[in-house]
Write a protein that binds this ligand. Structure first.
Ligand SMILES: [Zn+2]
Length: 138
């Protein structure tokens, strides 16, 4: 008997660290696999508001829609909501002496950024996401 809980049907992606290292750029690897944060105002998508969707740089899953993107002024791409609740996972993060909520890709467990509750939209949420974790699809 198996108790399979797959919301999307796509299943999880598991790769070795060396596989990820081969597939990702050094910056993508540092962010997605080592939970690095790119320097503020340095990311490719910080001030890009082209329509389309943003997919995971690690596995290609759709994470955010451009409709939800807003200019937070914080130096990283900010979204008011994910494309779907099933697309992302959240973890309690107490690193660096702060209490934050980490946002991960639900499919490949890649680190995306953090979510804060000071957003302007109806959700009141601000998903602060590294550009390096995203790929824009027009
Ligand atoms: Zn992913």
């Amino acid at each position: 008997m198996s108790d399979i809980k797959t919301g999307t049907g796509s299943g999880k992606i598991h790769k070795s660290e060396s596989e990820w290292r081969n597939e990702l750029t050094p910056v993508q690897y540092a962010v997605l696999r080592e939970k690095a944060t790119e320097r503020p105002f340095s990311g490719e998508y910080d001030h890009s508001f082209a329509p389309g969707t943003y997919v995971c740089a690690g596995c290609g899953q759709t994470l955010f829609a451009s409709d939800a993107k807003f200019d937070s002024g914080c130096g990283w791409p900010a979204f008011s909501a994910p494309a779907s609740d099933a697309a992302i996972a959240e973890e309690h993060d107490t690193s660096h002496g702060m209490v934050r909520t980490e946002v991960l890709c639900a499919r490949c467990d890649g680190h995306l950024g953090h979510v804060f509750d000071d957003g302007p939209g109806p959700t009141g949420l601000r998903y602060c996401i590294n550009s390096a974790a995203l790929k824009h699809r027009p």
